[in-house]
Ligand binder design. Structure first.
Ligand SMILES: [Zn+2]
Length: 679
């Protein structure tokens, strides 16, 4: 979803939390630098099972569940209620026998009794997800089973009942008397209904309709939770802010709405001849011919026989082959426009936009913005794999689903970016929001630069983290984002571009992008963990980056570098660099010489940026002995030095950048904005 347009809104808010730019007083103790990537029991289990390994690629024994859904749903605008019947075929590709199945019933967050984060207030309390029937392999599941024993575990003498517990929460559990064996399938059938909550609500996804004329159903059907090699069943509750973690599978969805209402959704419409007018079908047939914005159903084409085929009600049939969710929207008076994006190596795909006629101004630039995003991100990472993308108007204006974004032009670039994560590369957003929103914020910076036709500039981003690092309010990025609290936005959205700015400062931004793209390709339509990312990137970048991942992802530490002293004796200049933070960094010094004098001789670890400027680099290893001070001896042949700066591209987190320069300058530190760096 979309939050802040700028990663620095959160930073500015953090500055108010009481941190300041003052250097630490007193001398911190010598530091022991941790150089390995911490392994928790979850990733150790995966390594032991061969499902993942330190290459960062899927291991030889990698598996993931597949869940195939067939859903028939009917919308009744008079009651704002969807009634559905679904069949889920669960392919247990795991090596485990499953004795339980967990069901996600997110609409129960609208019951009013479910736990939720303070920032997410439902627009309306409803009766939640009402389940009237469940069968498993044609056997009835008891929806009102006896409660389990309070203590001491199940009674071995009492047979397990095929029953469903906690149906009034967002995470229900079906107990299986006969386990679902490894590498077998089971079929769930569920009858359900729920009322879509109206507005106004606070927080994303808390409002799903405007009156009784526009609906944006999301998290709208009972879905089977993920069972994976890391934690088994994913039993994280849906609390509102944190997003999702879903199985891949096929969706075959039939949506029954009043005739005249346009329906958009995940997948490809299977029956245009039954639901569209001949005119709309003719217009659609030309969408891929050019970048023109074409009107498929105009603002004057309203009702049965004009907006859609004639009749009383129509059933719209969508199929998506491999996706991790399904979302849709419908309105009595949607305008439908379409254009195309040309995916490299693949060809054109349609971009659809459905919006209310009075809100057309919010979609005036949506087509070109979305086209640019699809084409740019396809080049940056790997080609967009889905057959279409649709922008849907409504109360949710910044949320993403496979092939569908609930967005107008404002968030179109960001929400389109989510088609890469989590839609094609299915990260666990609930735990690791930074692998979803954070990666997306990073690529949005690159996309914006491409739109401006200027090179991306990540200078200053990494350094800005030093201003806030160390506050107790900040959870480390590896902390479960579902419980990140008030710093959720910084932890999941804003910090990742700062981290990748520093990484680019070490290995180069283009190398970061290439490695990240390779990682994404390796995990297309799979579920990577953060460790897969860390190991893959270290391998691809051919750097021992354990220390980097440790400090950025598992701590809230920073570098806090400074130039302590500079002295010249003969042709040699001695620079003492100090690091007061716990995070180390390479020592990167920009050395500016006076315009004339003795010839500037080369140094082995230096590169000339121009005739009078050298960049000298010492690897991060210089700190591994534990020292906080490093003495760099510069021998360029005696040309006097005018100015030296540590971290000249402002990539390393620093509490007080003004002491990175020699001689000290009175100028205030650079403002924290993209490209805000005066190294
Ligand atoms: Zn987002």
């Amino acid at each position: 979803m979309v939050r802040s347009r700028s990663p620095f809104v959160a930073l500015a808010a953090l500055a108010l939390l009481g941190t300041n730019g003052a250097a630490q007083s007193g001398s911190p103790p010598e530091r022991a630098i941790r150089r390995d990537i911490p392994l928790t029991s979850t990733i150790r289990r995966a390594f032991a099972g061969g499902t993942r390994d330190s290459t960062g690629r899927p291991g030889p024994n990698y598996w993931q569940l597949r869940t195939d859904y067939t859903i028939s749903a009917r919308l009744d605008p008079a009651t704002s209620r969807i009634s559905g019947r679904e069949t889920v075929v669960i392919h247990n590709t795991s090596p485990d026998s499953l004795t339980r199945i967990f069901l996600r019933l997110d609409p129960n967050i609208f019951l009013g009794s479910s736990p939720r984060a303070a920032s997410s207030v439902p627009a309306e309390n409803t009766d939640g997800m009402v389940i009237t029937k469940i069968t498993l392999n044609d056997r009835a599941v008891n929806l009102t089973p006896a409660p389990p024993p309070a203590r001491g575990g199940p009674d071995p003498a009492r047979p397990v009942e095929l029953g469903a517990w906690d149906l009034n929460t967002t995470l229900a559990r079906i107990a299986l008397p006969t386990p679902l064996n490894a590498r077998s399938t089971a079929t769930l059938e569920i009858d359900w209904s729920f009322k879509l909550p109206g507005g106004p609500g606070q927080g994303h996804r808390m409002t799903m309709r405007w009156g009784d004329t526009l609906y944006q159903p999301t998290q709208w059907y009972p879905r089977v939770a993920v069972y994976d090699d890391l934690r088994g069943w994913d039993t994280e509750l849906y609390l509102g802010p944190s997003e999702f973690y879903n199985n891949f599978g096929r969706f075959d969805v039939k949506i029954d709405v009043p005739a005249g209402w346009i329906v958009s959704g995940t997948g490809v419409l299977q029956n245009p001849e039954e639901v569209l007018t001949p005119a709309a079908r003719q217009r659609l047939a030309r969408v891929l011919e050019s970048d023109d914005i074409r009107t498929i159903v105009g603002p004057d084409e309203i009702g049965p026989g004009a907006a859609t085929a004639a009749g009383d009600r129509l059933v719209w049939h969508f199929v998506a082959d491999t996706v991790n969710d399904f979302a849709w929207a419908t309105a009595k008076k949607y305008v439908w426009q379409a254009t195309r994006a040309t995916i490299p190596g693949k060809g054109p795909v349609p971009v659809h936009m459905v919006f209310l006629p009075e809100r057309a101004r919010f979609y005036a630039n949506a087509g070109p913005i979305t086209r640019h995003a699809l084409e740019f991100y396809s080049q940056l990472w790997f080609p967009y794999e889905f057959p279409q993308l649709t922008l849907q108007d409504g109360p949710s204006a910044g949320m993403e689903y496979p092939m569908v974004i609930n967005s107008n032009q404002g968030a179109a670039d960001h929400e389109t970016g989510h088609q890469w994560w989590p839609m094609m590369v299915s990260n666990n957003e609930t735990w690791y929001g930074w692998m979803d929103e954070g990666f997306n914020q990073y690529m949005n910076i690159l996309s914006a630069a491409d739109t401006r036709q200027s090179p991306p500039n990540l200078d200053g981003l990494g350094q800005s983290y030093g201003r806030i690092s160390g506050t107790e309010a900040e959870p480390p990025m590896m902390w479960n984002a579902n419980y990140a609290g008030p710093m959720y936005g910084f932890q999941t959205y804003s910090k990742t571009p700062l981290m990748l700015s520093m990484l680019g400062g070490i290995v180069g931004d283009s190398a970061v992008r290439r490695a990240h793209a390779e990682w994404g390709k390796a995990w297309r339509f799979k579920h990577p963990s953060p460790w897969d990312y860390m190991f893959f990137m270290s391998n691809a970048l051919k750097h021992d980056l354990g220390w980097f991942w440790y400090y950025w992802l598992f701590t809230t530490e920073s570098v806090d570098g400074s130039i302590q002293s500079v002295s010249t004796e003969g042709v040699r200049t001695t620079v003492v660099v100090r690091q007061d933070g716990q995070m180390p960094s390479p020592v990167v010094l920009k050395v500016q010489f006076v315009p004339t004098g003795p010839a500037i001789r080369p140094m082995p670890n230096a590169a000339m940026l121009d005739a009078v400027t050298a960049l000298v680099t010492y690897p991060v290893d210089v700190w591994f002995s534990g020292n906080r001070s490093f003495t760099a001896v510069l021998d360029f042949g005696g040309r006097p030095i005018e100015r030296i700066s540590f971290d000249p591209y402002c990539r390393f987190p620093d509490r007080n950048p003004s002491d990175n320069v020699w001689p000290r300058e009175a100028a205030p530190p650079a403002q924290p904005q993209t490209g805000g760096c005066r190294g």
